[in-house]
Design a protein. Structure first.
Length: 91
């Protein structure tokens, strides 16, 4: 499993939907150590469809600062069983 070190500000140049898929597949885990700023929209994309209890290791919960933990925890309640948004360009 690879570790993805998130930058101080999200999303930076990261493809958050792709990272979310890797977390869901169990092929990656997050390191939040540097994260200072992220808006809810980007956080929701990153955690879509993930459960804080079932995916604790992949989410890198132990690397969250207390401030980011306080921001992220309510989003899990809001977003609990919501799959990532996928755009459908075909008819």
């Amino acid at each position: 499993m690879k570790t993805i070190a998130l930058p101080s500000q999200l999303p930076s140049d990261l493809d958050l939907a792709q990272i979310n898929q890797q977390l869901r597949d169990g092929t990656a885990q997050l390191d939040w150590s540097l994260v200072i700023e992220a808006d809810d929209r980007h956080l929701l994309t990153l955690i879509a469809g993930l459960d804080i209890n079932d995916h604790e290791t992949a989410l890198g919960i132990d690397t969250l600062s207390p401030a980011m933990g306080d921001r992220l925890t309510p989003l899990f309640t809001q977003n609990l069983e919501t799959p990532p948004i996928q755009e459908n360009n075909g008819d």
